[in-house]
Design a protein around this ligand. Structure first.
Ligand SMILES: CC(C)(COP(=O)(O)OP(=O)(O)OC[C@H]1O[C@@H](n2cnc3c(N)ncnc32)[C@H](O)[C@@H]1OP(=O)(O)O)[C@@H](O)C(=O)NCCC(=O)NCCSC(=O)Cc1ccccc1
Length: 161
């Protein structure tokens, strides 16, 4: 295993493009931050940063080639992951002790191409029930343009120990 990783890293460092090296560095930097239960691989690899606000959560991410689709703009699935992660993080913060929340349904509108250096996802609570919760996420580009809009329904479950 060790040798294979060494060979792969050396191959990329020797023969990879600058973009390959940038992606490798981002992935290794994420792993070096030691993912765990709170900080998942997804959060660390994509550089998701969390800021709590009075009425919700703001989650940001840098736009790098790791998140690009073949057109060189952010992949819709990554925008969905950002929105789902923001809503899921908020949902699991506001449930009662001993409860967890999972996404049951998510809808995303991709309104503008996601370009620029970073994305900001502002997420708030639309409904907090005993069994279901609904959240709204707005994803903004660095220039302030709204590029994504998402709503998500979450199901409240007993937390697994
Ligand atoms: C729960 C429901 C949405 C609705 O279920 P219904 O069938 O209508 O009602 P019923 O009461 O029968 O359901 C009982 C079922 O509930 C499940 N379960 C129970 N307890 C737990 C538990 N503690 N943890 C997990 N699952 C638990 C278990 O399968 C159980 O079935 P069983 O009784 O074993 O056979 C179901 O369709 C489902 O699990 N969908 C998948 C949801 C999903 O994977 N979403 C994406 C990931 S979330 C995400 O990424 C967001 C996020 C981001 C960042 C940070 C955090 C979050």
């Amino acid at each position: 295993m060790g040798k294979k990783i060494d060979d792969l890293v050396n191959e990329i460092l020797s023969n990879g493009s600058e973009t390959d090296k940038q992606v490798l560095e981002q992935v290794l930097t994420g792993i070096a931050k030691k993912p765990g239960k709170k900080q998942t691989y997804i959060n660390l690899l994509f550089g998701f940063e969390t800021e709590w606000t009075a009425d919700g959560i703001i989650m940001s991410m840098p736009v790098t080639p790791l998140a690009h689709n073949s057109l060189g703009i952010v992949h819709g699935g990554i925008i969905t992951t950002l929105a789902d992660t923001a809503m899921g993080t908020l949902a699991n913060k506001i449930v009662s002790d001993g409860q967890a929340a999972v996404t049951a349904e998510i809808q995303v509108h991709f309104l503008k191409e996601a370009t620029g250096k970073s994305l900001l996802c502002k997420c708030s609570v639309l409904h907090k029930g005993r069994k279901t919760m609904v959240f709204e996420s707005k994803v903004y580009r660095e220039d302030g343009i709204l590029c994504g809009h998402s709503t998500g329904s979450f199901f409240v479950l007993p937390k697994r120990t």
